[in-house]
Design a protein around this ligand. Structure first.
Ligand SMILES: Cc1cc2nc3c(=O)[nH]c(=O)nc-3n(C[C@H](O)[C@H](O)[C@H](O)COP(=O)(O)OP(=O)(O)OC[C@H]3O[C@@H](n4cnc5c(N)ncnc54)[C@H](O)[C@@H]3O)c2cc1C
Length: 393
């Protein structure tokens, strides 16, 4: 069993063999992965050492203290938070060997080709077709709201492989090469003015069967692993006190006393406490994950994160009065990073609107809490046993 002392020693060995001062960033990250110090709870040979997840902080602290470069979790959020755990759970040995290292190092960015114009909350209704042709699958369809598709090298993709089965059973999960012929990415401008996400058109895209994840028809089960991890990675990000949306508004409060009113003071205090409670609940969620006991907080955290971001950014716009109505720059950008708290108050206010939609809408998360946490009666599902091709659309 690997313990903290052993991990510290391994980190020191890595630093000795690859001094951060003279080693390039990518080379250092590759060496770190190969030493099993990338995500210590992953298997040996795949960036980890089969060590307890809780010991990752030991490695991170040791390397940070030596000024070693780290990977960029924000840039590779979908890969790190969603693709990697799904590949680890369902991938073949070849797939794990091929994809996990460049993903963790950040050489390959991932995106998520799930949502479609007629299949968002009801993801199992998706219509993108994958038809088998020997050793490949030919994929045709359209995806929408695909964050980072313009910078992604790979995508996790769900497609319908058997329209004759009920909707949850005829879906298969694939790893799609975004540089393949037939993949067309078109920017989709959002309320902030940025085109952070895209439409993706798939026309005759040929995906090798070797890039299928899980069994044919098991795509819904595989996608559940991705979606559960997505909620934790959106709602459960580790942030320092005042590190999230509450940070800028608290700073404005301190720096511009002329804006203060009694009413706004009460609201700010209430939201500050809520933000702190959410932050500490997130910490507990991570500890439970580390202990192998993911609790109901996963769905609750994503809900709380979205609600708080919207309330706090609304308060900030109000606090700033006329200044809160200004918008810094309406140029269409295609950012590589999603930045919830970046830029000015107007941007934060508009961007937070997406928080209650992306990664599952608040209404649907409430349904999940109601059904799976509280055990309340489920929504009626009269399409459960009907072939997808026979559903009314
Ligand atoms: C910023 C942003 C980034 C995104 N990035 C990605 C991405 O990278 N990849 C990707 O695949 N998708 C992405 N999405 C898409 C996102 O996951 C979907 O928008 C979301 O699942 C909702 O689907 P929809 O837009 O089709 O809305 P719909 O499903 O049509 O829902 C419309 C409304 O009806 C409500 N509703 C629907 N069903 C129920 C129900 N059963 N009970 C109660 N209310 C219900 C919803 O909550 C919502 O208010 C992104 C979205 C945003 C906003």
């Amino acid at each position: 069993m690997t313990d903290a002392a052993e991990l510290r020693a391994r980190a020191q060995e890595l630093l000795k063999a690859h001094p951060p001062a003279t080693t390039g960033r990518t080379d250092f990250l590759k060496a770190r992965f190969d030493a099993g110090l990338a995500w210590v709870h992953y298997p040996a040979g795949l960036g980890g050492l089969d060590a307890p997840r809780s010991l990752q902080v030991v490695v991170d602290a040791e390397l940070a203290a030596a000024g070693a470069p780290d990977n960029d979790p924000r840039r590779i959020g979908i890969g790190l938070g969603m693709a990697a755990p799904t590949i680890l759970a369902y991938g073949t040995e070849e797939q794990k060997e091929r994809f996990l290292r460049p993903l963790w190092v950040g050489e390959e960015v991932w995106c998520q080709l799930f949502s479609e114009p007629g299949a968002g909350s009801d993801l199992a209704a998706l219509g993108t077709r994958a038809v088998r042709d020997g050793d490949t699958w030919v994929v045709n369809g359209q995806k929408v709201w695909t964050s980072s598709a313009h910078v992604a090298r790979w995508a996790i993709l769900v497609a319908r492989t058997d329209p004759g089965l009920p909707k949850h059973r005829g879906i298969t999960y694939f790893l799609c090469d975004m540089t393949d012929p037939g993949v067309e990415v078109r920017p989709l401008r959002q309320i902030t003015g940025e085109a952070e996400f895209n439409e993706v058109f798939l026309t005759g895209v040929r995906i090798p069967d070797a890039h299928r994840l899980g069994e044919v028809g098991d795509g819904w089960k595989v996608a559940q692993t991705t979606l559960m991890n997505e909620r934790v990675s959106i709602g459960g990000m580790r942030i320092p006190r005042e590190g999230g949306m509450i940070g800028p508004v608290s700073r404005t409060w301190r720096e511009r006393p002329s804006l203060r009113t009694h009413d706004l003071h009460q609201r700010l205090l209430d939201l500050w406490v809520d933000a702190e409670v959410a932050r500490l609940t997130g910490e507990r969620l991570r500890q439970q994950l580390v202990a192998g006991r993911p609790g109901p907080e996963g769905s609750g955290m994503k809900l709380a994160f979205a609600r708080l971001n919207q309330e706090i950014s609304g308060l900030e716009v109000e606090l700033l009065g006329e200044d809160g109505l200004l918008y810094d720059d309406w140029t269409m950008r295609r950012p590589e990073l999603v930045d919830f708290t970046g830029r000015d108050a107007g941007y934060r206010y508009l961007r937070s609107k997406g928080n209650s939609i992306e990664g599952g809408t608040s209404e649907v998360l409430l349904n999940i809490v109601a059904e799976r946490v509280l055990g309340l009666p489920p929504e009626p599902r009269n399409d459960k046993d009907v072939a997808w091709k026979d559903l009314t659309r």
